[in-house]
Design a protein around this ligand. Structure first.
Ligand SMILES: [Zn+2]
Length: 306
């Protein structure tokens, strides 16, 4: 941690009423009790629908389902985690196109089956030729760092919250500003396709507060080669959000963050060309479009979908 960031970190943490230091079970239980009224509303909304699913079955999209409380839910034979109200999430990767079989087996022996096929989307593909090779291939001495960063990020996106979820109160955009990069876009540099861009880039002045999308547990607050200061939050049921290129962070791994907590400020750390926030959402290893997740998990949108 640079001394500047450390100073920021110390100063900020002391005055941040939204952040609980350490992983405190009592704090988590309090959060869950605080959101119980909205939980009831959600259950009613889902029960009215013909299919127990709301959301968007598109590439990068997200569905929320509700099953009878004690049922066994599988997607293509793999068990899905459910919360205390029987809710589960289904996410679609950028390139998912196959039909998937959702099965809900109730205690009384009845089974519901649904075939879900994500709708295809068009992606913004940009070809750039004639680039100097040093901009295409990272320097050899950074490869070990890049590999260990990737492992740490993968680990931080593994679910830590079991059978619970903390996005009852919605899922918000972490900063406001012009969108300068969208989910799914891809560059082809000197004929070699790069990994698609899985974040939404939002331009904002350096120092702008970054607000957590939903309550959760911090699983990473680290300075990485590509993404600079990076915070990852676990929201439960496999859903995590990632905030990159921060100038400073105000949380650390293990912290519990409440609704609207400030987790750091916008910067340009890591491989970045200007102050912006790169905002990502994962469901397990599936990379989702944050814009769609915010639409689907927004309580107002859910009510409209009735
Ligand atoms: Zn980005």
């Amino acid at each position: 941690m640079s001394s500047r960031t450390e100073l920021f970190h110390r100063k900020f943490r002391r005055n941040n009423p939204y952040v609980t230091q350490g992983r405190n079970l009592a704090a988590i239980v309090m959060r869950i009790l605080a959101v119980l009224p909205t939980l009831t509303m959600w259950t009613v909304t889902a029960a009215k629908a013909d299919l127990p699913l709301t959301g968007q079955a598109v590439q990068g999209g997200l569905l929320i389902g509700t099953a009878p409380m004690t049922s066994h839910v599988t997607l293509d034979g793999e068990q899905l985690e459910t919360d205390g109200a029987g809710r589960f999430l289904i996410g679609f990767h950028r390139d998912d196109s196959q039909a998937q079989l959702l099965q809900i087996q109730s205690d009384d022996g009845s089974t519901q089956a649904h075939i879900i096929t994500p709708e295809a989307r068009d992606w913004d593909i940009q070809r750039i030729d004639g680039l100097a090779q040093k901009y295409v291939t990272p320097p050899a001495k950074t490869l070990a760092r890049i590999t260990s960063d990737r492992d740490a990020v993968q680990k931080a996106r593994q679910p830590t919250l079991r059978s619970t979820q903390l996005f009852e109160t919605g899922f918000r955009w972490p900063v406001s500003g012009p969108v300068t990069g969208v989910y799914g876009s891809q560059r082809i540099l000197n004929g070699t396709p790069r990994q698609p861009h899985y974040g939404i880039d939002i331009a904002a002045p350096k120092g702008t507060n970054v607000i957590v999308s939903a309550p959760g547990i911090v699983t990473m607050a680290m300075d990485l080669y590509y993404t600079g200061w990076t915070v990852i939050i676990d929201h439960g049921l496999g859903l995590s959000s990632t905030y990159s290129h921060l100038d400073g962070v105000s949380v650390q791994a293990g912290d519990t963050v409440l609704k609207d907590a400030v987790i750091g400020v916008v910067g340009s750390t890591g491989r970045s060309t200007g102050a912006h926030l790169d905002w990502r959402v994962n469901l397990g290893t599936k990379r989702l479009d944050p814009k769609i997740v915010a639409q689907v998990l927004n309580a107002d949108e859910l009510q409209k979908a009735e």
